[in-house]
Design a protein around this ligand. Structure first.
Ligand code: SPQ
Length: 421
């Protein structure tokens, strides 16, 4: 696809629902008692994979454009699937499922696409095995022999909401108490939703305590817009001259707003308006205006709060004066693709001064760049970041695969080009 260029970016946009919250609403709704009504659900490929997996375990899930209705089976009501559960491109589906399936009284197998087969699952299967779980393999396909679990006291070795959530979900079923000690705070949507559903869960700073739970009660979930999708428009509005974009109804859970802190630090004009609470999550309208950006250093405990936004933050760094150093971000190597390598290789094609490091990258920004033929590596966040990058490149750019954006943002290109006014 040729990446069309726009001359300004103005107007309002509503990004689709938060991917992390959409997954969790279906999963927790499936094991709750009663009917979970989800509005604002992300109809992206990853969340549809989650729906498909739970339907295969006997959960009745109704999908319409307005809402998703999950008829919960209770903690013990899932049925043995007739076939291998296929999680597509979704790391969240694959890892979170492990926590639930380890404790069932039936066996299951899980697999996904070529990218999922390369993503490490040992980070989930190892702590689960300390709880008594029996899971074969550290890469997909995984074979899970459901069994009785017991609580553990576990210190996380990586800042990962997926690992944390898999242990929490297993902890709902495990005898005794499960304690998870995070080293850095990762997104806490699971803790918030489980608290609202009546689970025995407590959060004290970086420590989470879960006790065996007999039942979860279904709740209404109103999914806010995904800040990870809003990120592309935030950076677009900042780097395009004479532009002003408002992104409406975006989730601003503090465990997700590292991008706002970093961009402001770079000199960005970002306003948060109409801040409100919606189903336990904070929401706001975000307005960004063209800004002169300067380089910055990004590292330490802010990384889990912006991990998925780093490719598009790197785009902002390209158009910022001076040097930007991204460090402590080695987790990027085990996403849909190695996002450090992918960003460095693709950005280099445009003449950008960018160097790969062990745990991130260094970008010397503020120089002219030219268009290129880009590869996305099948990674939705690469496809959307490169589309933003190409806007200010001299000459034409192409993308080898624009369809992969549908993993998290099926209407991305329509929404993007509507802002050209
Ligand atoms: O689901 P998946 O494929 O892992 O998606 C990504 C993404 O960019 O959309 C990561 F590649 O988001 C993860 C995120 O990086 C979603 C997530 C969650 O919902 O719990 C947590 C983060 O991953 P991790 O490994 O840090 O727990």
């Amino acid at each position: 696809m040729i990446i069309k260029k726009i001359s300004v970016a103005n107007g309002a946009v509503r990004v689709p629902g938060d991917k992390s919250i959409s997954h969790r609403a279906v999963m927790l709704g499936s094991i709750a008692d009663g009917i979970t009504e989800i509005t604002g659900f992300l109809m992206g490929a990853d969340c549809l994979s989650t729906i498909d997996c739970f339907r295969k375990m006997g959960v009745d899930i109704d999908v319409s454009p307005e809402k998703v209705i999950v008829k919960g089976k209770g903690l013990r009501g899932l049925q043995r699937p007739q076939e291998t559960l296929y999680t597509g491109n979704s790391g969240t589906t694959t890892r979170l499922l492990c926590g639930i399936l380890a404790a069932q009284d039936f066996d299951t197998s899980i697999t996904g696409d070529a990218s999922i087969e390369k993503r490490p699952m040992g980070r989930v299967t190892k702590p689960l095995s300390l709880m008594g779980a029996q899971i074969e393999n550290e890469y997909c396909p995984l074979h899970i022999h459901g069994t009785k679990l017991h609580g553990i006291d576990y210190k996380m070795s990586v800042a990962s909401a997926q690992v944390k959530t898999a242990i929490i979900l297993a902890g709902l079923y495990a005898d005794g108490t499960t304690i998870i000690r995070e080293t850095e705070k990762s997104r806490d949507h699971t803790e918030l939703m489980l608290g609202a559903m009546g689970a025995d869960i407590k959060v004290d700073g970086l420590n989470i305590t879960v006790n065996k739970t007999n039942s979860l009660k279904a709740v209404k979930v109103n999914v806010p817009g995904d800040i990870s999708s809003a990120a592309f428009f935030m950076v677009l509005g900042l780097i395009m001259p004479n532009s002003c974009i408002t992104i409406e109804n975006v989730g601003i859970n503090p465990t997700r707003t590292g991008i706002i802190d970093v961009l402001r630090n770079m000199g960005a004009d970002i306003e948060l308006n109409n801040i409100r609470e919606s189903a336990g999550e904070s929401v706001a309208d975000i307005t960004v205006r063209s800004s002169s950006l300067k380089g910055t250093e990004i590292g330490g405990d802010i990384i889990p709060r912006l991990i998925d936004e780093l490719p598009v933050i790197a785009v902002a760094a390209v158009f910022a004066k001076g040097q930007t150093v991204i460090k402590d971000a080695q987790e990027l190597k085990v996403k849909e693709t190695n996002r450090i390598r992918a960003v460095v290789d693709e950005f280099s094609k445009c003449g950008i001064d960018i160097t790969e490091t062990d745990d991130g990258m260094i970008i010397n920004g503020g120089k002219d760049i030219h268009g290129a033929d880009f590869k996305t590596y099948g990674d939705h966040r690469m496809a959307m970041s490169l589309t933003v990058l190409a806007q200010l490149a001299d000459g034409e750019s192409t993308l080898d695969d624009s369809d992969c954006a549908c993993v998290s943002y099926p209407d991305f290109f329509d929404d993007f080009y509507r802002l050209d006014n």
